[in-house]
Design a binder for this molecule. Structure first.
Ligand SMILES: [Fe+2]
Length: 135
């Protein structure tokens, strides 16, 4: 039984932070499972076994995405940075740098992107400039 997702005494953490930590740990586990299935599929020659593992990996994709969506909804700054990176055309690193610059350093950011969930979730995070960034 692990409580590894906590780096501070759990009884001192607000309930919403404990929930956030649980989903962050789940996100990590789903990503690990996706990677494990990728390795298994790379070496498995049996078509029936592959079909089962491909189906299972699809479940992990879904779980990962649901975890990520939950975490992003609870962390507006993270969500805004993700908007500049996910499903965007162009260079991933350049998009990441632009998203960070626009959200964290571009003014109007919440300034607490590393401390989710804030519970505030209000107003613009100043990403107007990201919308104009070529992708
Ligand atoms: Fe899963």
């Amino acid at each position: 039984m692990g409580f590894d997702q906590y780096h501070e005494p759990p009884d001192e953490l607000p309930a919403e932070t404990r929930t956030f930590a649980r989903l962050a740990a789940s996100l990590t586990e789903e990503a690990e499972a996706i990677g494990w299935y990728a390795q298994r599929l790379a070496v498995e020659p049996d078509a029936d076994a592959r079909a089962i593992m491909e189906d299972a990996q699809g479940e992990e994709f879904k779980h990962f995405c649901m975890d990520l969506e939950f975490l992003l909804r609870r962390t507006p700054t993270w969500q805004e940075i993700a908007r500049g990176i996910l499903f965007a055309e162009g260079d991933i690193v350049a998009n990441g740098d632009a998203a960070e610059e626009g959200v964290i350093h571009g003014g109007g950011g919440s300034g607490n992107g590393s401390s989710p969930p804030s519970g505030r979730g209000s107003g613009s995070l100043g990403i107007g400039s990201l919308k104009e960034t070529p992708r």
